[in-house]
Structure formats: structure tokens, C-alpha cells
Write a protein that binds this ligand. Structure first.
Ligand SMILES: C[S@@+](CC[C@H](N)C(=O)[O-])C[C@H]1O[C@@H](n2cnc3c(N)ncnc32)[C@H](O)[C@@H]1O
Length: 252
């Protein structure tokens, strides 16, 4: 058993080099999902955005009227982006060991990041600890279908494209961890997003061999995976597919 610290160092280094790309990324900088998470937390006085990346969710919380927003991330360049682009101060912190006292926040957000955490259950318990009673946790992440083969398929594709991808979990797994940490789950929403294969692989600067392997995995998907993930090919070339995301609002 390890605490995942080596993996976290590699993840931090990889993201540290990518702050500008994440700031510009269409998936991250806007969307109904971003507005929804911020709206769920709009009545908070003090909010924490865990794994803030370039700071888009922290910025959305500020725009929604939260007066005191703090960002946390393991990559210093991401925290510099959150401050420079959204005026949000940051703390270098691991999502699984939040350096805050119990009940310090009215709301905690974490958007499109938990699939990088080696121990998401510990992360959920940490969020429960730093939220005040009645506080809101707004979580968004990639998710896996409940059917194990389809889940294994999409995690394999994601890991091959991005070695910092640990795992996308099912909605059932998230709800179990949340309820186990004392949360009441108030809303679970699923979103499907079409991804252009060229842009999706370019964002990770894949070498040609790995890109071909990812394309092969998608092109060789079972009929059920092809249908669920909407794999679209033209003359045998993969053009796009869809990934699944989960939005959860939970009350402490
Ligand atoms: C895709 S970005 C997050 C996007 C961002 N939340 C948004 O809404 O645009 C993933 C972020 O998770 C951070 N991260 C990964 N593992 C982490 C951990 N264990 N603790 C804190 N941050 C972590 C990375 O450094 C990276 O900045």
C-alpha cells in the first residue's frame, strides 16, 4: 500500500506545465456544467475550489457572488493562473489532505479533477470535514457507466491518452462514498459531451504511436461501447466519441 505520493508528484509536474493550455481549453473555460456548479454554491460566503486547474470554477464562484473564494491545487502554475486570471488566492494543497480546520467553508467545489486522485474516498471525507454543517459540496467529474466492461473500456482509453488519469468511477460509487462520509445527496446529473478526436489527443501532445493505439481501441470497441460512447468513424478513421460526466450536489 502506498499513499500515492509518487503518482501525485508526477501529476503535479504534468499539470504544472499545462496551465496555459487549461486556461484556453473550451471544455474548462465555459459551459452549462460550470454555471450549474457555481449556482449550487451561490449563497456561500466562503468557498473552496479543490483542484482548481487554471481557476475557471473559482472564477465562476466569484462571478456568482461568493465574496470569499479560495483555490487549492497541487500544481503551483495552476494557482498562479487562478490568481492572475480570476483574482482568486490559492493554497498549494493535496485534495486528500486539505490544510483547513473543520467547518471552515460554506461550500466546496471540485470540477473535472477527481479522476486524478489516487484515493477519492479520503478526498470525500476531507471535504466533509472542512464543510460546515449544512454546507454544499458541488462535484463534477468524468464518470464510468455502471456496467463493468464499459467502465473498464473507457478507463483504459482515458489512461492510455493521459497517464495521470487514475479512474473514472460510477455514480453508485460516488453516492456510496458521499453517504458514507455523512452527506445527503440532493442531485445527481449526467452529461454526455462529444469530443473531437484530433483536438482531444492534441491537448495531451500524444506521440503518433500512442495516438494510433487510442484510435485503435476506440475503433475496435464492442457494439455496446460504440453505441454508448458514440464512437464515430469515417473510412476507418476515428473522428469523435463522447465521454460521460457526473454532477453531484451534496449537503453536509
Ligand atoms: C482538469 S484540471 C481541473 C479543472 C478545473 N477544476 C476547472 O474547472 O477548469 C485538474 C487539476 O487537478 C489537479 N490535481 C490533480 N491531483 C490533485 C490532488 N491530489 N490534489 C489537488 N489537486 C490535484 C491538477 O494539478 C490540475 O490542476
Amino acid at each position: 500500500m502506498t499513499d500515492g505520493s509518487e503518482q501525485k508528484r508526477e501529476t503535479a509536474a504534468s499539470f504544472d506545465a499545462a496551465a496555459d493550455a487549461y486556461f484556453d481549453s473550451d471544455t474548462h473555460r465555459e459551459g452549462a456544467d460550470l454555471d450549474r456548479l457555481a449556482a449550487w454554491c451561490a449563497d456561500a460566503q466562503r468557498a473552496l475550489d479543490v483542484a482548481t486547474g487554471a481557476g475557471h470554477t473559482a472564477g465562476a464562484l466569484s462571478r456568482a457572488g461568493v465574496p470569499d473564494v479560495l483555490a487549492a491545487d497541487v500544481a503551483p502554475a495552476m494557482l498562479r493562473s487562478a490568481r492572475a486570471n480570476f483574482g482568486v488566492p490559492g493554497v498549494l494543497a493535496d485534495a486528500e489532505r486539505l490544510p483547513f480546520s473543520a467547518g471552515a467553508f460554506d461550500a466546496v467545489t471540485c470540477r473535472i479533477a477527481a479522476h486524478h486522485f489516487p484515493d477519492p474516498e479520503t478526498f470525500v471525507r476531507e471535504v466533509a470535514r472542512v464543510l460546515r454543517p449544512g454546507g454544499t459540496f458541488a462535484l463534477e467529474d468524468q464518470t464510468a457507466p455502471e456496467e463493468p466492461d464499459l467502465g473498464a473500456f473507457i478507463n483504459r482509453v482515458e489512461r492510455l491518452r493521459d497517464p495521470t488519469h487514475v479512474e473514472a468511477y460510477t455514480p453508485t460509487q460516488w453516492v456510496e462514498w458521499l453517504e458514507g462520509a455523512g452527506f445527503t445527496v440532493e442531485a445527481v446529473e449526467r452529461v454526455k459531451t462529444e469530443l473531437d478526436f484530433e483536438s482531444w489527443t492534441a491537448a495531451q501532445s500524444l506521440d503518433a504511436g500512442t495516438k494510433a493505439e487510442v484510435a485503435h481501441l476506440l475503433a475496435a470497441a464492442t457494439p455496446a461501447a460504440r453505441e454508448l460512447f458514440e464512437v464515430r468513424t469515417e473510412d476507418g478513421t476515428v473522428r469523435s466519441f463522447a465521454n460521460l460526466k457526473l454532477l453531484v450536489r451534496a449537503r453536509q
